[in-house]
Design a protein around this ligand. Sequence first.
Ligand code: UD1
Length: 424
Amino acid sequence: MERFRVVGGSSLRGSIRVSGAKNSALKLMAAALLAEGRTTLYDVPSITDVEYMTELLRRLGAEVERDGTTVTIDVPAKIGHAAPYELVRRLRASICVLGPLLTRCGAADVALPGGDAIGSRGLDMHMSGLVKLGAEVGVEHGFVVARAPDGLTGANIWLDFPSVGATENILMAAVLAKGTTVIDNAAREPEIVDICHMLIDMGARIEGMGTSTLHVEGVEQMRPTEHVTVPDRIVTGTWSIAAAMTRGDVTITNGKAEHLEIVLDTLTAAGAEVHTEPDGLRVAMSERPTSVDVVTLPYPGFPTDLQPMIIALNAIADGTAMITENVYEARFMFVNELARLGAEIRVDGHHAIVRGRPTLSGAPVVTTDIRAGAGLVLAGLVAEGETLVSAVHHIDRGYPDLVGQLRRLGAAVVREPDPDRFDD
Ligand code: UD1
């Protein structure tokens, strides 16, 4: 087990490049299963979640090679259809192999990923969508067991909530179904648009990408492709908030401002200067931030994945802010850790009231998920003295070389063994 030792007080200054999005790359890797042959993905981030997905694809029979940020996936004509618990439990996103396996093999057995530290994360919409496409789907002995021996048939599917994962699973299943599928109230995240682009290059017929209604005309067969992963908007947002909080000046290359409009508007309201540049954006701030209210919503709303970081910003802002979490019921759990740094936060249901303080004070804290971890590191950057962030394997799941990048921007951060923790 390792931890980060963060010494607060430095302003982040300089330039960093953001790599491809975790939440896209993992799905693009699963989408490769739809076609026999060699698919190459570029700008895949070097994070542990990609290692787990690599392992899962190998277990299903694909040959996967990684060379830096390039991943080559060679898919045989016949692939396995079982995703075992010991792999799925490490990576909830592995549920996204359900749709591709079912549509390619007529069968899929994918272990239930279980809940995690940010809420229950059901699968009901994934399963009912596949049932609409004609599959028999149930839960047996801890596995989602789906069968469609005669293939899937297009259908009209309405999602109760624009779930990212359900949209992706149904979309990937529908590309090889017979006839037309319409997914209504579909998620519109840039990662969904990214996977649509890749599927279209593979031969899929999809209309409406980036809107709430996706039309998919099933095709007989998909072909392998080459694809560059969309830049990570959550990592871009993390650096933007970090620049503002530390009263720094950071240029984020490869970041897409158009994927972060509400976040950047929020930072501007807090007092930051935001400039869009030809290959990215620049965020600078010289004063203490002003408190900003935030409501998380599906895209294009404020992303729930940036909620811990904006709470950290509000913890040192001038004023009081109300943060409303609409996507994950248990995402405020990390505020107890933030309170260890002196943050004043009161949680009531899905609202958190954050009373800004002039300063925080460093303390040992432990993270329970990727984004809470990033929020705690950001808080540590502005706290007086040392903050020790434990269980950083969570952060490694989503941020490539966070410590190296922070150091390049002038932060006093080291990674070190954690003598106090042996497991999670
Ligand atoms: C993805 C992202 C995650 C992000 C989230 C919302 C990946 C790997 N993860 O997660 O970082 O925070 O989108 O932007 O891409 N739900 C149900 N039943 C379902 C499906 C979802 O109740 O069948 C609920 C979930 O419990 C959650 C909410 O809907 O409360 C949103 O989930 P969803 O959009 O599906 O998120 P993920 O795809 O799991």
